[in-house]
Design a protein around this ligand. Structure first.
Ligand SMILES: *Cc1c(COP(=O)(O)O)cnc(C)c1O
Length: 398
């Protein structure tokens, strides 16, 4: 059942067209639910692409943003604010990283990570500046982060790209070893490739990468923009692999829906000099207040235990459904899960689900991705499974 797309339904919209959106207009959100202009409710298993980790309009986040807005919104990156210092301290205290630079998005955090690695290579590795990245990886949509990404569809888009990214297949340590030269300064990857369809880097591979990069004296950069902030059941996914990167980037969940990202690094890597970095909105007090409210909740032990418990529940329910509906297996960790499909029916299933009041995502035609709020309830998981089951059973037998 085709919904009128933005192109057809809202063709007079002054918005620049870049994607087909349903013509539905959302006006309100609460927890795992979105409401449209007509008053219809939708169960949201997209949550802004794994962004709204506390769900829509969580009271603690609303309170923090409202109160901060009334006190101080922005003091300029030229000055400290109480909130800026507090959030940086929290991140450092809860991670293996020593220093933080705040950004407004994930791509911006990765862009800064690339700059930091290049600067470090200039100072410590005779100008080495090549970064090894992974096939099918996703690091953002600025020109440099697009160049770092391994998305096949982007290969010829917006040429010329930023040079000096060398791409290798994921989970192949030999390929990294073979790509390594004296020009290499870093290896950069996602612990679980999100946009590629939830493809995990194996524990052994991450551990081997840590050993290899340390031995070769180059940097290991982890893009935890999608996997960080509790999404996989620990505050950061690298904790489960038992490794510590040299540089780690954060985004998505860190602001709980408020635009925020962060470049974090170990002390010896921090070689920016005065004037090397900056940005008008970086570290503004309002974003910091949002980040603090999210961090205080997500970093609690009981909260992370809840993510692991609900992630396990979702996985079991998906595996059960997948085997009954003749679909492929379930991948991922915590509340970042995907179901492989035995066909390219992903986009059609997403459309069907939308018509039944369920928001789902298909990052690849043969994959459904599940990234609910970390506060999702088991009843909401059951409800999602119920709707998906109706669709999959019909898909299979129609
Ligand atoms: C979403 C994402 C980005 C880009 O973040 P934006 O905030 O959209 O710029 C980068 N890397 C990964 C792994 C992501 O999932």
């Amino acid at each position: 059942m085709m919904r009128p797309s933005e192109k057809e339904g809202l063709s007079a919209s002054p918005l620049m067209w870049t994607a087909d959106r349903p013509s539905t207009v959302f006006v309100q959100g609460q927890g795992s639910w979105l409401t449209d202009k007509e008053g219809n409710n939708y169960l949201d298993f997209v949550q802004g692409w794994a962004v709204n980790c506390l769900g829509h309009s969580h009271p603690a986040l609303v309170k923090a943003i409202s109160e901060q807005a009334g006190r101080l919104i922005n003091a300029s990156p030229a000055y400290f604010t109480d909130r800026l210092l507090e959030l940086a301290r929290k991140i450092v205290d809860h991670s293996a990283m020593d220093k933080v630079f705040f950004t407004n998005s994930g791509a911006e955090a990765n862009e800064r990570a690339i700059k930091l690695a290049r600067k470090w290579g200039q100072i410590h590795r005779s100008g080495a500046r090549e970064i090894i990245t992974m096939h099918n990886s996703f690091h953002g949509r600025t020109l440099a982060t697009m160049s770092a990404s391994g998305k096949p569809q982007w290969e010829t888009l917006f040429e010329p790209k930023v040079p000096d990214f060398v791409k290798v297949p994921l989970n192949d340590i030999e390929a990294v070893r073979n790509a390594l030269t004296e020009r290499t300064v870093a290896v950069m990857l996602e612990p679980i490739q999100g946009e590629a369809g939830v493809i995990p880097a194996s524990r052994e591979y991450l551990s081997a990468l840590r050993d290899l990069t340390s031995r070769e004296g180059i940097l290991l950069v982890l893009d935890e923009i999608q996997t960080g902030m509790g999404r996989t059941g620990t505050l950061f996914a690298c904790e489960q692999a038992g490794i510590e990167p040299d540089i780690m980037t954060l985004g998505k969940g860190i602001g709980g829906g408020f635009p925020l990202g962060a470049l974090t690094a170990r002390e010896p890597v921090c070689c920016f000099e005065k004037g090397d970095q900056g940005g008008t909105f970086n570290g503004n007090a309002l974003a910091m207040a949002a980040g603090l409210a999210v961090f205080e909740i997500v970093s609690r032990r009981e909260f992370l235990e809840g993510v692991r418990r609900k992630g396990e529940y979702l996985r079991v329910r998906l595996e059960d459904l997948s085997s009954r509906a003749g679909q492929d297996r379930v991948r991922g960790q915590g509340l970042l899960l995907a179901m492989g499909l035995d066909s390219d029916g992903g986009p059609r299933i997403v459309e069907e689900a939308f018509a039944r009041g369920l928001l789902l995502n298909s990052p690849r035609p043969d994959t459904l991705r599940f990234m609910p709020a970390l506060t999702v309830s088991e009843e909401e998981i059951d409800r999602m499974i119920g709707i998906l089951e109706e669709i999959l059973v019909r898909e299979r037998f129609s």
